[in-house]
Design a protein. Structure first.
Length: 264
């Protein structure tokens, strides 16, 4: 399994975990979000392709819906390890982390619903971890004003926008750091970096990519389709499925660097 990925690098081995067991109900359609079609291919396939086209990833582990493990494994190919995901995202990542090869020293966690992530961003995150940062996240500045609002709907305060960032994936970690974070009991966090912050480990930011946005709501899917349509013909992200189909059962809708800054 995965010999093509493993043979690409003579340096430290890097694994990418992709939790893809969620239902994604906000996107609608009655299909697991990761398997919704985008430009004729499931979003999960496009997200995996970004990892494959990176220069640093040597192993990919996907946590799939338990009832669709075989289907997803056939869809993604022999170089991807597919396991049954858990009830929550944290459970899926924890299971996938146990499936990572023992000689891997850097682990990425990447959202399946970021199908247009450029491979260069993947490599930039890995490079920052290898440069000595134990935890690295790609971020973008905010354009909207953000308000902190209380339970009664009243504004509590307006945080300074110039210090706020929107966080993307892949997020990268030294393996021992991520393993320690997932060993914490019931720590509330909305992303993997949040768990690492609970350890007191510094989290470093690098510039993210506008096209690495998360497809969560129906308008996000429309935007992603529009971006795909405008991509240059030579851009691999705009390509149709090279195997001549979008799904092993015949349909896309499966049913069954640089600038681094530290936070904290």
């Amino acid at each position: 399994m995965g010999e093509g990925l493993q043979s690409r690098s003579t340096g430290p081995r890097v694994a990418a975990i992709v939790p893809a067991a969620g239902r994604g109900e906000r996107l609608g359609g009655g299909t697991p979000k990761a398997l919704r079609a985008l430009g004729g291919r499931p979003m999960l396939v496009r997200s995996i392709e970004a990892l494959r086209r990176s220069e640093s990833v040597t192993q990919i582990v996907v946590a799939a819906p338990p009832t669709l493990v075989e289907v997803v494994a056939q869809l993604l190919g022999r170089d991807v390890r597919v396991i049954a995901g858990g009830a929550e995202r944290v459970d899926s990542v924890r299971r996938a982390l146990r499936a990572v090869d023992e000689d891997v020293s850097v682990v990425l966690v990447h959202d399946a619903a970021r199908p247009l992530t450029p491979p260069s961003l993947v490599d930039a995150v890995v490079a920052a971890v290898l440069a000595g940062h134990p935890a690295v996240i790609p971020v973008l500045g905010l354009t909207d004003t953000v308000k902190e609002v209380g339970p009664d709907g009243r504004v509590i305060r307006t945080p300074p926008r110039d210090r706020l960032r929107a966080v993307q994936t892949p997020q990268g970690f030294r393996r021992d750091v991520l393993a320690a974070a997932y060993a914490l009991p019931d720590t509330p966090a909305t992303d993997d970096a949040g768990l690492v912050e609970a350890l007191g480990v510094p989290v470093t930011t690098i510039p993210g990519a506008q096209e690495a946005f998360k497809v969560t709501q129906p308008p996000d899917l429309i935007l992603a389709e529009a971006l795909l349509a405008r991509m240059a013909p030579g851009d691999p992200r705009a390509a149709a499925d090279p195997r001549g189909g979008t799904d092993p059962r015949g349909g896309a809708d499966v049913r069954a660097g640089s600038d681094v800054r530290s936070l904290g």
